[in-house]
Design a binder for this molecule. Structure first.
Ligand code: BGO
Length: 281
């Protein structure tokens, strides 16, 4: 009997609570514990040979550090290191929801996508080749209708397969940020690599991307590194250079590249009127 620690991550209203209640409620108790300012619900249930410890993290559009919810989600993933993250994605709002997915890709962790609201997507007449999309993302995608319980068993079977490294869709992809950003990421990554204790725990590519974004938590994480001064100086120079090149800060350039990647992936896999019911302005 294997224990698998699973965290639910997704945008507000993607159906996270429904999925959590369904998976846990139909089996065992639901507990509550308090974070600093934000709550996360936990539950434990069994399926097949596995015991799942499930944590429902606060709904967020992003995993940065701009709100207590975002910081909570991000700290949970980096500190608790769940075995597998279930990314609940609203199928009727793919462009916006997949933004968070690109951040999980950067983190280089094990992810399964619950493609929720799949009933609503189909009702609009839209079609998504989700298997193809999953291969492009390197993340298995399981359609779900959390409000009816459809797909939940298969979802956790897939989580177990990913945990056991037996799911062929899983592949660690890199989002290509373009020549200039990739060069800068590489330079910072090399400097991070000098710290074996850090790279044992975190993806050096993820940290390099976060440093370019000016992410304070990542600077803090690297504070005790022997070459921290070198890292901060290099970051400042690279940031300046990239700002000149793009006419915007690297953080915006990185977000643009993420949306470009999503739009490209959806062009190949999605047929419908729009893949974002709240189109960005
Ligand atoms: C209400 N399909 C459909 N069609 N609806 C779903 C699905 C799905 O797969 N999954 C969830 N919902 P949350 P967060 C509601 O509450 O789990 C619905 O924020 C209503 N409530 O039932 O809360 C779900 O935790 C009255 O809808 O999401 C819920 O991520 C009328 O999506 C909503 C209609 O789910 C959000 C819906 C009093």
């Amino acid at each position: 009997n294997q224990v698998i620690n699973v965290a639910l991550v997704g945008n507000p209203n993607s159906g996270k609570t429904s999925l959590f209640n369904l998976a846990s409620g139909s089996h065992e108790r639901v507990g509550n514990y308090s974070g600093v300012t934000v709550d996360a619900k936990t539950a434990r249930f069994h399926q097949g040979h596995y015991t799942f410890n499930l944590v429902d993290l606060p709904g967020t559009y992003s995993i940065t550090e701009y709100t207590p919810e975002e910081l909570y989600v991000r700290t949970h993933i980096l500190r608790e290191m769940p075995d597998v993250v279930i990314n609940v994605v609203d199928a009727t709002n793919l462009e916006r929801n997949l933004f968070l997915t690109t951040q999980l890709i950067d983190m280089d962790i094990k992810v399964v996508i619950a493609l929720n609201m799949y009933d609503e997507m189909e009702q609009t007449g839209a079609r998504l080749d989700y298997e193809h999309l999953g291969r492009m993302l390197g993340i298995p995608i399981v359609p779900t209708v959390a409000s009816q319980g459809t797909g939940i068993r298969r979802l956790f079977d897939t989580v177990a397969k990913v945990f056991e490294d037996k799911e062929p869709t899983v592949r660690h992809i890199h989002i290509n940020y373009g020549t200039d950003l990739e060069e800068a990421i590489g330079i910072l990554q090399n400097k991070i690599w000098e710290n074996s204790d850090i790279v044992a725990l975190y993806s050096s590519r993820y940290l390099a991307i976060k440093l370019l974004e000016g992410d304070q938590s990542s600077f803090k994480l690297l504070e005790k590194c022997a070459n921290f001064n070198d890292i901060t100086k290099t970051q400042a120079l690279l940031k300046q250079k990239l700002e000149k090149r793009f006419g915007e800060n690297p953080e915006s350039a990185i977000a643009d590249a993420k949306y470009g990647f999503i739009v490209g992936a959806l062009e190949e896999t999605y047929q419908g009127e729009t893949h974002d019911k709240h189109a960005r302005t």
